[in-house]
Design a protein around this ligand. Sequence first.
Ligand SMILES: [Zn+2]
Length: 585
Amino acid sequence: MPTNVLVGVAWPYPNGEKHIGQIAGAYLPPDTFARFQRLRGERVLMVSGSDTHGTPITLAAEAVGKAPMEIVEQYHELFVDGCLEMGITFDLYTHTETQQHWDTTHEMFTRHLDAEYIYKDVQSQLFDPKAGRFLPDRYVEGTCPFCGYADARGDQCDNCGRLYDATDLIEPRSKLSDASELETRETEHFFLDMGRMNGPLLEWMKTDKEHWRPNVRNFTLGQLGLEELRGRPITRDIAWGVTIPVEGYDDKRIYVWYDAVIGYLSAAREWAELDGEAAAWREWWDADVNPGARIYNFIGKDNIPFHTIIWPGMLQAYSTGESRLNLPYDVPSNEYLNLGGEQFSTSRGNVIGFNTVLEAFQPDAVRYVLTALAPETNDVEFTWDDFVERVNAELVANWGNLVNRVLGFANKRFGGVVPTPGELDDIDEALLDEVRSGFESVADRYEAVQLRAALIECRRLSQRVNQYLNEKAPWTLVKTDEAAAATAVWVALQAIDWLRILWSPILPHSSQSVHEMLGREGPLFGRQYTETVSDARGSHLVLRYDHTDAVGTWESSELTPGTAFGPLVPLFEKLDRETVEDRLR
Ligand SMILES: [Zn+2]
């Protein structure tokens, strides 16, 4: 029985071009993981979308004098283009200005309200007297009350990740004016009763979490163990966002984080509707239909409290007797990929754009380096020297050259077909056993979301084939013993054929090339496509994925002698350090 695996991917704000630090942290890892699970035959549903609400959008729109929706559409499309180019295979990538998302958000809000997990209260909020507006979230900055970081935002500190109320900020400053003194004014809002969620969440966190990354587990247990969670306001004095499904609150909207996490659920429902089976989402989400489904949430570390505390708390509070939803199975959060010692930051100008980098380099070269550098356990530094070195010395020299020289030689000396081997000796058998064992050793690492370790294991196995060839030297052997050379070439081709599968979650495009060069047919993976769909809130562009024709499976099939090769192409391009940065201009 296949397992239903929901791959939930952090919802990016469509407020600018994403940078490669964000791709390495939250968008590439889930695709690699999802591709592996599909090869294994699991039922994968990978969903996300653009987070169209909140102050990051309104601030970006105000900065250029546009309507929020114009900004949303512009950058939503740009991100979709990048995903197509990189091969990030969302079963559905949508956004939050859809009827399904609004309905699902209203449904959850109402359920929370009825169960008294949401209550009304009056709170003090920062108010800019010069601009005449309240200052929700990113409209205010100041010094973090926990770590002293000077540019902390109104809702969360970028430095320490802690959440707080804007009124806790030290020396708050308005983003709307140069007002020297901010006022605090009373305003009525809806609050999520996190205090009531604390106990059940702690119990959940103490059960079967050994597979979680230690930093995620420890951060969460630390926060819950203090037993000091309190009510958090989940509405804002702002005009852009999902409306509040209660009369008399027309001038307020639901807080972007409350609705964004609901996207994992609403996108699954939208996917099911688009697929023509409206109830299909339940096979991943409904704990009464399929309690064994596994939900993974791939995020960057600044999103940990929203995915390990607030969202599971919301799910628990929603799960009354009549319907229960599955909680996250794992939250593989990454640390940061840094550039020049500093976190990639659009505001500080030290960014390498996602779309920009894909215009300059092969997508698999980018995928390779970002996986090799994956900040799974600590912050990692990105440099162009390292990028070039890894592409040339690892990807090209180790794997690309192996494929190209063996296939080139076999094509020339054995009539364009896979040669027929003679009897295998111990060295042949040892190599094949070792590479075949990658279907377990590499699988274990993908399964544990240790993608960098999976890459290292693939690289080690590729290197073993290079060693084998150095030992057997079929290029000289062919002059004296053609049959022995044919055997060595067949063994190397068989190993390459298996490595094609082992590498494919990380290197899907070049693995497809190897697949075709070896004379194999059909696509290893499915097909990505976009379409425009309409609902009561308007029409929106979605990115989708169709796996029906995919032939890739996680198994060591035999490479049949006599199979004709396809046209041979160089697998990877060697880079020149001198010109790399020029390509980005
Ligand atoms: Zn802080």
